[in-house]
Design a protein around this ligand. Structure first.
Ligand code: NAP
Length: 399
């Protein structure tokens, strides 16, 4: 019998605190036992005191990421761990994944580091399959909207008797910013490329997260959408999107694990999304821009201001198409709040609750998985219900 249903590790960071606050005031409060965890007992106690909500409040667990004994003890006390202690490749994230895969404790992170994710696949996928443990990577705005939206579009196409061979996604809204941890993650990626630890073929492999892919599309690039062009399907100008490098790799892993290859995936962002985001910053963020420009390079523990966490938003259109092109389905995924922080923290908390409370609705397989392959429809349902339906929507639309 474990002590907790859910442990939030890295709770003292910028994103961790947002997740803790969301969990503390969740309508299911009192129906699940949980703890905040990290390496600094003083920060954890202060955070606990600042949380208000239902139930008895969270427990406190102290564990240093590089100390396998303390991480292992935390993991055996809970059914699920979700972690915001990242960049994961820098903060010994592998120790936690290894302990979870061995102990059978389900796990989720917000990693966008494909080199870390690939290492976890190589080292722990087989062990997690053996123990039936779900190790879910990329469980924030990268890559839940792209991954679950693609899954829904393909499911609907299949219900109509067709098989998807091409999926195209276009973000038409993406207004937000990023936190100190994300800035460090981006820097870690740049440093890794300079280090030469991996060759160009590794960095440029669109299927780097899908070593089990039996067939691959030919001529695909990592993002798929590499130039500004007017897209006929979406009737919009679209260009390369920086998050697509993360999302497209995750979607391809989902396609490979679900044996849906060959099916190409490309993802871009519309010109209109950049213009709308720019307008939001000019109209609402001018004081912030002038008063505190240093925050454009946030440090550890820092992130976007509250107004942006609330005023931000995202929307992606995803079209799945059959080989002949005669059948196609378009799915719209949209949400409120700064995608990188305000919205990600809510999505991530719901991922933790989905793993802890919705077990009977989830696919049974273990392994190093994606949001779609680990959680699928159960997570979609949760996200659509969150905040009384005001947070996120997934729906099939006519364009
Ligand atoms: N996917 C997405 O959409 C998305 C969105 C937002 C963030 N993220 C990712 O989430 C991660 C966190 O970002 P953030 O801005 O919240 O970072 P942050 O504010 O710097 O927080 C990092 C957390 O890691 C903890 N930590 C660092 N070293 C540790 C160690 N040795 N042992 C235990 N804990 C340790 C810190 O503890 P202390 O407080 O004790 O220093 C802190 O709780 C990053 O990887 C970021 O890329 C992803």
């Amino acid at each position: 019998m474990t002590k907790y249903d859910l442990v939030l590790y890295g709770a003292t960071g910028f994103t961790g605190k947002l997740v803790a606050n969301y969990l503390a005031s969740h309508p299911s409060g009192g129906h699940f036992s949980w703890a905040i965890a990290g390496r600094n007992p003083k920060k954890l106690t202060e955070l606990r005191a600042s949380l208000s909500g239902r139930g008895d409040g969270p427990g406190v667990v102290v564990a240093e990421a590089s100390d396998a004994a303390s991480v292992s003890s935390m993991v055996t006390d809970t059914r699920v761990v979700i972690t915001t202690a990242g960049p994961y490749s820098e903060y010994h994230g592998d120790t936690l994944v290894e302990c979870c895969a061995r102990a059978g404790t389900d796990y989720a992170d917000l990693s966008g580091e494909y080199w870390f994710q690939r290492r976890m696949i190589d080292e722990f996928h087989a062990e997690a399959q053996r123990t039936g443990t779900k190790i879910v990577v990329a469980a924030g705005v990268d890559s839940i909207p792209s991954d679950l939206g693609t899954q829904l579009a393909i499911e609907r196409l299949e219900e109509g008797g067709a098989r998807a061979t091409q999926v195209k996604a276009l973000f038409t809204d993406y207004a937000g910013s990023f936190s100190g941890g994300t800035a460090r993650t981006l820097a870690a990626g740049r440093n890794l490329k300079k280090s030469g630890d991996y060759d160009d073929a590794f960095h440029e492999d669109p299927y780097v997260l899908a070593p089990e892919a039996n067939v691959r599309g030919s001529g695909e690039s990592v993002r798929g959408w590499d130039h500004l062009r007017c897209d006929r399907d979406f009737k919009r100008f679209g260009g390369p999107f920086f998050m697509a490098a993360i999302n497209a790799r995750i979607v391809r892993r989902s396609l490979a694990l679900n044996r849906l290859l060959p099916c190409s995936y490309e993802e871009g962002i519309s010109l209109g999304a950049w213009l709308k985001s720019g307008w939001l910053w000019m109209s609402r963020g001018f004081g912030y821009f002038v008063g505190a420009p240093i925050r454009f390079r946030p440090k550890r523990g820092e992130g976007p201001p509250l107004w942006l966490q609330r005023a931000g938003k995202f929307r992606v259109l995803i079209r799945a198409r059959s080989e002949s092109g005669a059948e196609s389905v378009v799915v719209e995924v949209k949400g409120r709040g700064d995608p990188g922080d305000g919205a990600t923290s809510k999505m991530f908390a719901e991922v933790g609750l989905c793993l802890a409370l919705d077990r009977e609705k989830l696919p049974t397989q273990g392994g190093v998985l994606t949001p779609a392959t680990a959680l699928g429809a159960a997570l979609r349902e949760r996200l659509c219900l969150a905040e009384g339906g005001a947070f996120m929507q997934f729906r099939v639309i006519n364009l």
